[in-house]
Design a protein. Structure first.
Length: 297
């Protein structure tokens, strides 16, 4: 197993433990004969959320994946949510793309900035610089370790009022935000987001309907949907308990590019399909952890 595989396996195993929908969806897919095992799923991309403060953010976290041969690609900006993001192409197509977003902390109110920095000030140097990136177990441990003290529930609530993204990160840190099933590689009847959504809802999974259940790029080449994050009981400082949004599962359909439309299905590879991401789709997908979605019955 390569170092990258060790890191990705560590991320996915903890994510599966914490996000019951992952196992639920995989089990439903196996029961319906769509796949025979979890390994049959192509993981389109995984996503991380970060805070744009000194020593942290995209510039820090991306070093891990650049070291493993990922290539930094397009930049995205989300003005309303005060976020910036990049996506990273993998060194080989059996690996997922990576999407890293960052909160523009300097664009928040003075009060929110003060709360965030009271925690992140505990990080006095770029933590990735201290890691041996060739030690997969060490990197895996880092991605699942707290970088600052456990927040108070009061601070979490103040942040959530202004930025649900900020509140999510202050509690969850670098926890994997979602993984994405590539539905276009599934068998007919399940290989479009529309068909897969029908399958999901039949099995009782709730979908994010912000901007519609299917988010579609203007070129119609990238279609995405996602479950709504389930609420998990979080333990804050002083042992205070409160239900917060956990992580979710995303589904992507990358259509074959027009110039490759004549290729037989057996010859279609990743490079023949719509690549990259779409800011407007992603903007709505972020809301899978937001109360407007998680609060619906």
């Amino acid at each position: 197993m390569t170092t990258l595989e060790t890191v990705l396996d560590g991320l996915m195993s903890r994510y599966r433990e914490r996000v019951p929908d992952v196992g639920g969806i995989i089990n439903a897919m196996i029961a319906e004969g769509i796949i025979s095992q979890a390994g049959d799923i192509e993981n389109d991309h995984i996503a991380f959320r970060t805070l744009g403060v000194e020593h942290l953010g995209i510039q820090s976290l991306e070093k891990i994946f650049l070291h493993y041969g990922y290539t930094k690609k397009d930049y995205y900006h989300f003005p309303e949510k005060k976020l910036d993001a990049y996506w990273y192409a993998p060194p080989a197509e059996q690996y997922p793309r990576i999407f890293i977003s960052e909160l523009r902390v300097k664009d928040l109110s003075p009060r929110a900035q003060e709360i965030i920095k009271s925690y992140t000030a505990e990080v006095t140097g770029d933590p990735v610089n201290a890691l041996n990136l060739d030690d997969g177990a060490a990197v895996d441990h880092f991605l699942h370790s707290a970088l600052w003290r456990t927040p108070t529930l009061a601070d979490y609530k103040v942040l959530a009022e202004e930025s649900e993204y900020a509140a999510w990160v202050i509690y969850n840190r670098y926890y994997l935000n979602h993984f994405t099933i590539s539905v276009h590689n599934l068998q007919p009847g399940y290989n479009t987001v529309a068909d897969f959504n029908t399958f999901l809802e039949k099995h009782g999974f709730r979908l994010n309907d912000s901007g519609g259940k299917i988010k579609t790029s203007p070129d119609k080449g990238l279609l995405q949907s996602s479950t709504v994050a389930r609420m998990i009981e979080a333990t804050f400082a002083n042992d205070e308990k409160h239900a917060i949004a956990g992580s979710y599962v995303e589904f992507a359909e990358r259509r074959v590019l027009p110039q490759f439309a004549q290729l037989p299905p057996s010859e279609i590879r990743r490079e023949h399909r719509r690549e990259g991401f779409e800011a407007n789709n992603a903007d709505k997908i972020f809301e899978s952890t937001y109360s407007a979605q998680t609060g619906k019955q």
